[in-house]
Design a protein around this ligand. Structure first.
Ligand SMILES: C[S@@+](CC[C@H](N)C(=O)[O-])C[C@H]1O[C@@H](n2cnc3c(N)ncnc32)[C@H](O)[C@@H]1O
Length: 528
């Protein structure tokens, strides 16, 4: 079983955490520990028309080929369509039945979870119960016997939709999928929910859901030593994609467990624990979750601005002091109000970002100053989430022609985002690496109206100092991308792009310097 695992990786059994994987040899930061293609994957509903349902490549200039029968799945080309047919032929029939039974013509196809789960079941049926991969899927962890009440509703909903989508009308129909009872069905759903991954593009944008029993062997830590990414740089024929790569983001020593993070690690402990508990059914005991120290995700700046920080007050712990100068936070109510309003606003702004980006950006624009003036540092929740979203919204609404004001506001926001993420993630984490690359790219954009005077206090600078800052930022980003997306992947697609930008900027800075030198040399002659 698990033929993708290299020899130096060992599977062990732990009483508290189930199966775990350990390394017997040292692993360097930036190395791919193993690479695998998901057992089953399905793109999210919003990506179905713009990404290939087989290899997850984005549409090219010519658009994608649509399956003429179900009219739902799209493919890059004939090759991808043919490769997908073994599974899609079942899916195609289910999608057609789904749309025939739909209450209206614009009724959406089932969610990526249902489509991925069904793809998994069709493949297991085809391979048979004794095939290696079927056994690997069957041994993935299930929490059926200890499901949290909060999970009942989502599991019931999944079960109901799955039965409808697969067209199961009697208990006998389930047997073809080796499901002999309703309990088996819940077991399969629990196994799926506990072990599903998000397929992402090379910039970590979510594209859909995937199952891989070998990647599912990895346990969780909120401070992981490895990540799962899809760098998309393989030179093999693209039918290999999407390739999941497990990359070490720090040196891992013999006898250490390999751990990834299942959740958004920018969230404070209570929200991380809630997410882990609801979806994965465990309480995390990693050092971040058990630490009593100051957490930059839940802190305030010192009220006297001494440079220190205070823990975020709560209803139970209203008296908080700066860890450095011991000043007491007086504006506890203001901080708690800002936290509540910020959290509600972030949820709303996230929900509106595609449907009504104008409303979403108005929310982020209004909320960021409220949290900042209440003393939240850039790393604190929900300010960091609002800043990240604000940056995305600003970038996607660049006016044509671009204005210096819009560009500089986006750079300011990207800088605050990098500051927040730097306080949370180790060098080389892909989230931080991408944020730096984004900042470097923004600094390298041609300025619509550069300033003629360059006072060093103004940020972002203009002209040559800006180009130099772009260059230094991109160099730092590249170093981190080589870790987060793998050295042998050249830092993934973004790492390759950044390398090209660095070369172009070197030339541009050289030309700029030469131009200034020429002007300086010519000036006395002109005067004379
Ligand atoms: C993707 S699986 C990981 C592999 C799993 N240990 C197994 O035996 O198959 C996720 C499940 O592993 C367990 N798990 C993962 N990380 C854990 C941790 N840090 N502490 C406790 N349990 C953990 C939880 O039961 C979780 O639902």
């Amino acid at each position: 079983m698990y033929s993708e695992l290299p020899d130096f990786i060992e599977i062990r059994q732990s009483e508290e955490t189930g199966r775990v994987i350990w390394t017997q040899s040292p692993i360097r930061a930036g190395s791919a520990i193993f690479v695998t293609k998901p057992y089953a994957a399905a793109s999210s509903s919003s990506k179905l028309t713009s990404y290939c349902s087989y290899c997850f490549e984005q549409t090219g200039m010519n658009g994608l080929r649509r399956c003429t029968k179900c009219r739902v799945t799209h493919y890059c080309d004939f090759n991808c369509q043919t490769n997908d047919w073994a599974i899609h032929k079942h899916e195609c029939a289910s999608l057609q039945n789904w749309s025939k039974a739909a209450p209206s013509s614009d009724y959406p196809p089932p969610s990526d979870a249902i489509r991925c789960l069904s793809r998994m079941l069709w493949k297991m049926r085809k391979q048979g119960p004794y095939a290696r991969q079927t056994r690997e899927i069957a041994s993935m962890q299930s929490h059926r016997s200890s499901l949290k009440p909060s999970a009942y509703e989502s599991h019931t909903y999944l079960a109901h939709s799955l039965v409808q989508y697969l067209g199961l009308s009697s208990p006998g129909d389930m047997e073809q999928y080796s499901l002999s009872s309703a309990a088996d069905l819940v077991d399969t759903i629990s196994r799926f929910v506990t072990n599903t991954f998000t397929v992402t593009d090379p910039t970590l944008i979510p594209l859909g859901a995937a199952v891989s029993p070998v990647v599912a062997l990895i346990n969780h830590s909120c401070d992981p030593n490895a990540v799962v990414v899809f760098p998309r740089v393989s030179t093999d024929p693209k039918v290999q994609e999407p390739l999941m790569q497990v990359i070490a983001i720090r040196d891992i020593y013999p006898g250490e467990e390999v751990l990834t993070s299942y959740i958004d690690a920018t969230l404070p402990t209570n929200l991380r624990q809630q997410a882990l508990n609801e979806t994965y059914n465990f309480e995390c005991n990693c050092h971040l979750c058990t630490s009593t120290g100051l957490d930059p995700r839940a802190s305030l700046n010192c009220p006297k601005n001494c440079g220190g920080s205070c823990p975020l007050p709560s209803d139970e712990h209203a008296l908080v002091r700066c860890s450095k100068c011991k000043s007491v936070v007086r504006s506890v109510d203001a901080a708690l109000d800002a936290l509540r309003v910020g959290q509600e606003g972030l949820d709303k702004a996230n929900n509106l970002q595609f449907e009504d980006p104008g409303k979403s950006i108005r929310l982020t624009t209004n909320l960021i100053p409220i949290l900042t003036s209440a003393g939240f540092p850039p790393s604190a929740h929900p300010l960091l989430g609002l800043t990240r979203l604000h940056q995305q919204l600003l970038t996607s609404s660049f006016p044509n022609p671009l204005t210096q004001e819009h560009l500089d506001e986006t750079i300011h926001t990207a800088t605050t985002n990098v500051a927040g993420l730097t306080a949370l993630f180790r060098e080389g984490h892909p989230v931080l690496a991408l944020a730096l690359a984004e900042l470097g790219k923004l600094l390298a954009v041609d300025e619509p109206s550069p300033r003629t005077t360059n006072k060093s206090v103004i940020y972002p600078p203009s002209g040559l100092p800006r180009l130099k800052l772009a260059y230094e930022t991109l160099l730092r980003a590249r170093k981190m991308l080589l870790i987060g997306f793998g050295v042998t992947n050249e830092g993934g697609q973004v790492g390759k792009e950044v390398r090209e930008m660095i070369v172009a900027l070197e030339k541009e800075i050289g030309v700029f310097r030469q131009g200034v030198k020429n002007v300086l040399e010519d000036t006395p002659k002109l005067k004379a």
